[in-house]
Design a binder for this molecule. Structure first.
Ligand code: BDP
Length: 694
């Protein structure tokens, strides 16, 4: 049987294994244990990494004997592995210890997803599509996490002290245990790198004392084949060592970075490299000195190159080169194509604005054929209800990846790169369940799986995750899969259907605030800038014919489709068009009626998710059931709030009645304007709701 058959089987099989009795999420997707001890043979030199593979198999492998052997095959990638199963005996071969570990996790996943007899006599090779599969942690040195909704940082704040102090003790502190579990979770889905601090980086990250701590984390993560990277502040030489400038063409600045790179590699020989947010949202960068992004990135790349390090330079920039924010990153970067060194990768958010519930793909993908590009996805739900709303992102990323394959030549471009990379902004914190709720773990899981193989369907991934987490009742498993698969579209419908974007409450980005319009502030930080509602219609005209011309940044196949209001898919309608209130949507309804329909549909979807979840109660671990049920109640409440806020507000422009098929609002416009939805503090808006049940 070939691998592709296995993948399709994953979607069909509905074997669900038993979960623990008190699933509080601590065990992540490692809920199952074997009843018998597996017979594991290691035919290579023992290492910390092979020890992990052997230990995991002994703990959880349910059938037959397993042999692990190193086999250098020509052309086989380091992390790749071959599985050969004959008559119940499995042999895993790989050119590296890491590949053996990935192979071990892979057969465990297959067994737990398909059942141990479901794949006999197989021979297949698994090769990761991206070589660098990274998490980006937006963690600050003081222990807070920017846009984190799962508690405090697992790396910083008070963690370093207890982490280092326990090194020699047998009893592990929570800090060390958390890092171990975190590393194991990453390894099990193939994630092999972590940027362990915020892109809004403190220069102190590069101080000697912090680097000592970074080394401790690198040492702890190494057995799991995870490399550590740092986000760096472009002004570090000035702030840390009093240099007069951070100009990338200044010799002293260059020397400073070269010396710093040497220092880092002396401590951490396999250090991964730097991630940089420059000249964006107030962060310093090369443009402060009249230089380009390429000048800045190349200076750092040169310092790292002798050690094999890379620079991931973010394209999340929006200086006002054009009145349309959606066009700005493309304008700033496109002409720099071919100017970057070969160890620089441009890291681009999936959409042109900022991780909205739905965005078209960023036109920068595929627009720089002589430059290495990588996608940045957001796993943490900054714009998707934080850790209160259940929203499975596999479907969202599938849509995005399919589009860049179809329109931006993604698969072929990737083949030509020296570094094939992808990053996800992590949703991990020090909450017992790591992610603020157990269902949100599915997003961490999905990111890893897609980074390994972007051709996996969200359906297959949801099935895998559910099989490893939820109780043994098949119908309940199917129900939870359905919830996951409908969740993202549901959230889009109750928050921002039809191409609406950035009508979030300012600051925390949790609830709606489409009326937001603060005088004297940047236009593109106001919600009214994005929706442009007036008596005639609503939406941002980005057409070439009458609008900002953003459609011209796309290849013709996509650009022409969205330029024409009649061929533009409804899901992008208000992203690309200022459509009349009476514009006929593809469903046959007028725009206003379609809006009412969508918001109602979103609310109905949230209720349906809750109803489905309730039906699983007899089959699901009580703790898990209660935790998620509580979240879903909040989600339904919020969906209603979103619907009422948006329909009441936009009705003041459309002057049309809410159709009978839509429930009349229960909250008035005054009320939704007066009350900020469920939020008490900016850093961790869901804290109050979470704390209330602790
Ligand atoms: C936005 C976040 C902000 C981040 C920024 C970024 O609101 O907190 O710093 O993106 O990606 O989504 O740099």
């Amino acid at each position: 049987m070939k691998n592709k058959h296995l993948v399709s089987l994953l979607t069909l099989a509905s074997v669900c294994l038993s979960a623990g009795a008190e699933n509080d999420g601590t065990n992540l997707w490692f809920q199952n244990k074997a009843n018998n001890v597996a017979n594991v043979t290691l035919k290579t030199k023992e290492s910390a990494t092979t020890n992990i593979a052997v230990r995991e198999l002994k703990n959880a492998w349910g059938g037959g004997s397993v042999t692990l052997a190193r086999a250098p095959k020509k052309g086989m990638k380091q992390d790749a592995f071959t599985i050969n199963q004959k008559g119940g005996n499995v042999t895993i071969t790989s050119p590296s210890d890491a590949g053996l570990m990935y192979g071990a996790y892979h057969i465990l996943r297959l067994e737990q997803t398909l059942g141990k007899d479901a794949y006999r006599d197989t021979l297949f090779t698994e090769t990761p599509e991206h070589d660098l599969r990274l998490l980006n942690h937006w963690d600050n040195l003081n222990g807070t996490v920017e846009r984190g909704y799962a508690g405090k940082s697992i790396f910083w704040g008070d963690k370093p002290q207890s982490f280092i102090n326990t090194k020699t003790r047998t009893a592990l502190t929570a800090a060390r245990t958390a890092i171990e579990s975190y590393a194991r979770a990453n390894a099990s889905v193939g994630i092999n790198g972590a940027v362990i601090n915020n892109v809004n980086a403190s220069p102190k990250m590069l101080s000697d004392s912090v680097l000592t701590m970074v080394k401790a984390y690198a040492d702890a993560l190494r057995p799991y084949n995870i490399k550590v990277y740092l986000a760096v502040n472009f002004s570090s030489p000035v702030v840390l060592d009093g240099l007069k400038t951070a100009d990338p063409l200044d010799k002293d600045v260059q020397k400073w970075w070269t010396k710093k790179a040497k220092e880092i590699y002396a401590k951490i020989p396999d250090f991964g490299g730097f991630l940089v947010k420059a000249n964006s949202e107030g962060q310093p960068g090369p443009m402060d000195f009249g230089r380009t992004h390429a000048d800045g990135a190349n200076m750092l790349a040169k310092a790292l190159k002798p050690f094999g390090g890379i620079v991931m330079w973010r394209a999340f920039v929006y200086s006002p080169s054009d009145p349309d924010r959606a066009k700005q990153a493309y304008i700033e970067f496109k002409d720099l194509d071919s100017k970057f060194m070969d160890n620089v990768i441009i890291q681009i958010k999936n959409g042109p604005i900022d991780f909205q519930p739905r965005e078209p793909y960023s036109p920068l993908f595929g627009a720089m054929p002589k430059t290495q590009e990588m996608a940045e996805l957001q796993i943490t739900q900054e714009y998707l209800g934080h850790s209160n709303h259940i929203c499975f992102l596999g479907t969202m990323w599938e849509e995005f990846l399919n589009d860049i394959k179809k329109y931006a030549n993604y698969t072929d471009n990737l083949k030509g790169y020296k570094y094939r990379a992808i990053a996800g902004v992590a949703n991990v914190g020090d909450d017992a369940n790591f992610c603020g709720n157990t269902m949100a773990q599915a997003n961490w899981y999905a990111f890893g799986r897609l980074a390994w193989n972007s051709n996996l369907t969200s359906k297959a991934i949801a099935h895998e995750w559910v099989s490893q987490n939820i109780g043994k009742d098949n119908k309940a498993c199917k129900t939870v899969e359905d919830i996951l698969l409908m969740s993202r579209e549901t959230v889009v419908d109750y928050m921002m259907p039809l191409g609406f974007h950035h009508i979030f409450a300012e600051g925390h980005h949790y609830g709606p605030q489409p009326w937001q319009n603060n005088p004297g502030q940047r236009a593109d930080w106001q919600c009214v800038y994005y929706h442009r509602a007036d008596a005639k219609g609503v939406g941002f005209d980005r057409t070439v014919k009458t609008g900002s011309g953003a459609t011209a940044q796309y290849p013709a196949a996509f650009g022409n489709m969205v330029e024409n209001i009649n061929t533009c898919p409804d899901k992008y309608l208000l992203w690309f068009h200022h459509a009349d209130w009476n514009h006929k949507c593809q469903t046959g309804r007028t725009l206003w009626n379609e809006m009412c329909y969508r918001y109602q549909n979103g609310l109905n979807g949230a209720r349906e998710m809750l109803r489905k979840w309730n039906s699983t109660e007899p089959y699901i671990d009580t703790r898990l059931f209660n935790d998620i049920q509580e979240k879903m109640h909040i989600q339904v409440r919020d969906a209603e709030w979103w619907k009422d806020a948006c329909l009441n507000y936009f009705q003041t422009f459309s002057h049309q009645p809410i159709p009978a098929t839509t429930e009349p609002p229960v909250h008035s416009l005054n009320e939704v304007k007066r009350v900020r939805l469920g939020i008490t503090n900016y850093e961790n808006p869901s804290a109050k709701l979470l704390n209330s049940r602790r």
